[in-house]
Design a binder for this molecule. Structure first.
Ligand SMILES: [Mg+2]
Length: 259
């Protein structure tokens, strides 16, 4: 099993320091958020593929979205078709993609309540980190794929790789569960996403904000989700939901005290 990353310590610390009225007595609140097509308006990873290796990526993505080949195979073959000399330009282009409305305010909203925001991306770590540099203090961790550009063509890998995915987001969540526990009993997890890379994790968390292909996949599986378009939508929903939960928790406490 992959050893727990260093940031786990800070997750536990930040949650335990939050106001008791804002944290479930039994489950830690945590928000997992996709990057491409979620934080960014456009999918930067697919944009790179379409620009640099369209002939390779075109057929691969059709097969991938139809579940004929795995995400792992599609992404590995696409990345392996890109010459390493392009990598500096790919990373440099990260800051040119517009972010979705309300993201900065949403980061501050979570920071104010000391609820960890974890970015989980099937894209490239260098690209995600570069694009989110100004928000980095408000982000607990970024988990994405690593690139090896030492050869003639790029190679992709990740510590959270599974048989079917380069970045298995459900495996990332496991790192935030206390030792020996299970996600559903220890985490009050929220996922915000838009596509296929979010699906496995979406099937495991209690509250999912979904748009685009992710919403379609969840409808096909009869799974509940909250539709969204901007981070203001997400913030408004969570703000109301958590306020209600806090009130209920407060009422419960007052009953305890008076009895
Ligand atoms: Mg996405």
């Amino acid at each position: 099993m992959t050893p727990a990353p260093q940031h786990l310590l800070s997750v536990s610390r930040s949650v335990s320091q939050a106001s008791p009225l804002l944290v479930s007595p039994t489950r830690q609140r945590i928000v997992f958020c996709d990057f491409d097509g979620t934080i960014t308006q456009q999918d930067t990873f697919i944009d790179v593929a379409n620009r640099l290796v369209p002939d390779v990526w075109g057929p691969l993505q059709e097969q991938m979205y139809a579940f004929d080949i795995t995400l792992h195979e599609a992404v590995s073959r696409m990345v392996a078709a890109i010459e390493s000399r392009h990598y500096p330009d790919i990373v440099a282009g990260a800051k040119t993609y517009p972010l979705r409305e309300g993201f900065g305010e949403f980061v501050s909203f979570l920071q104010d309540q000391t609820i960890p925001l974890v970015v989980v991306s099937g894209g490239l770590q260098d690209v995600v980190a570069s694009a989110l540099e100004q928000y980095r203090p408000g982000i607990e961790a970024i988990h994405a794929a690593q690139i090896d550009d030492s050869g003639s063509h790029l190679r992709i890998h990740c510590e959270f790789e599974s048989e079917t995915e380069i970045v298995a987001k459900a495996r990332v969540m496991d790192c935030y569960v206390p030792d020996g526990g299970q996600a559903h009993t220890h985490l009050d997890a929220v996922l915000i996403g838009d596509s296929l890379t979010d699906l496995e994790l979406a099937l495991q968390v209690p509250l999912v904000f979904a748009r685009d292909r992710l919403a379609q996949y969840l409808r096909e599986r009869d799974r509940a989700y909250i539709p969204w378009e901007t981070f203001a939508d997400v913030q408004a929903y969570l703000s109301q939901r958590w306020a209600v939960e806090s009130t209920e928790q407060g009422e419960f406490k007052s009953v305890e005290i008076s009895s």
